[in-house]
Design a protein around this ligand. Structure first.
Ligand code: 0L1
Ligand code: MG
Length: 256
């Protein structure tokens, strides 16, 4: 098989992640469109599942204008989360196991009853059991953190690790909560949950719709990362990271 068929691209992306070595973009040369790129993502995540990892959720990417501008891609995308990516709140990550990691403050949902295929998503409060502040660690496997839309989709939307803070019951409003990203006690980014598609609840509608197009159904008990409220910030060794979301509290991470 050629290194530029879907399985070959998945293998190259997987090797880039496991060896923390950037690779050139592949989609243009391989003629990958968005649908084919989600096929590569499926094959890439399957390699993790074959090593014993478990699917624990779904993440949305590029849900804010700040994020779209940061990477020059202007479509909402989704990726898969596995248990091996889940870092306990307050836990640490080894920066040397990533290529060029960045962190961003997010809002997480703990999913409750999810629609059957073809069924509409019910009321948000029926679909979501709890909400939490979260940090996503993204790490593009492409050199210079530069990619096209199909490239980033194939690369599981740069998913690398995530932290979920304490779960709270769904508050009355989620659409305009203040968000801070602090590095070593200093404010690195300021934003609002309004930056997440106008209201992070919309991200769930989009996740169900977009993943459903590729036959992927969200599951009760999964974590759903709704997207970042600010641009992402490079993660340096020794950094102490905190994401603070008004009404929801704090998630934190140490970089070794
Ligand atoms: O979670 C995200 O918004 C990241 C999506 C992929 C683009 C990036 O790596 O910044
Ligand atoms: Mg993100």
């Amino acid at each position: 098989m050629s290194g530029l068929d879907p399985a070959g691209i998945a293998e190259q992306l997987d090797k880039a992640a496991t060896t923390a070595t950037a690779i050139p973009q592949l989609a243009a040369e391989a003629g990958l469109d968005v649908d084919a790129a989600y096929g590569v993502q499926t094959a890439l995540v399957q390699r993790r599942l074959d090593r014993g990892e478990r699917l624990v959720g779904l993440k949305m990417g590029l849900t804010s204008k700040a994020k779209m501008a940061q990477v020059g891609v202007d479509e909402v995308i989704w990726g898969r989360l596995t248990d091996a990516m889940w870092v306990p709140d307050g836990g640490s990550v080894d920066v040397s196991t990533y290529i060029h990691p960045r962190v961003e403050p997010e809002v997480a949902f703990l999913l409750d009853r999810m629609p059957e295929p073809g069924e509409p998503l019910g009321a948000f409060t029926d679909a979501v059991r709890a909400v939490a502040p979260a940090i996503e660690l993204i790490d593009s496997r492409y050199a210079n953190f530069t990619f096209s839309l199909p490239d980033v989709i194939a690369d599981n939307t740069s998913a690398a690790a995530f932290v979920v803070g304490p779960w709270s019951p769904v508050p009355d409003g989620l659409d305009n909560l203040g968000v801070l990203l602090e590095i070593d006690g200093r404010v690195a980014q300021v934003g609002s949950t309004a930056a997440i598609l106008g209201d992070p609840r919309r991200a769930l509608d989009e996740g169900v719709r977009l993943a459903g197009r590729h036959g992927v159904r969200l599951r009760e008990g999964w974590v759903f990362l709704a997207g970042a409220a600010t641009a992402a910030v490079p993660l340096r060794p020794g950094a102490q990271v905190r994401a603070v979301v008004e009404k929801l509290g704090t998630a934190s991470l140490k970089a070794a």
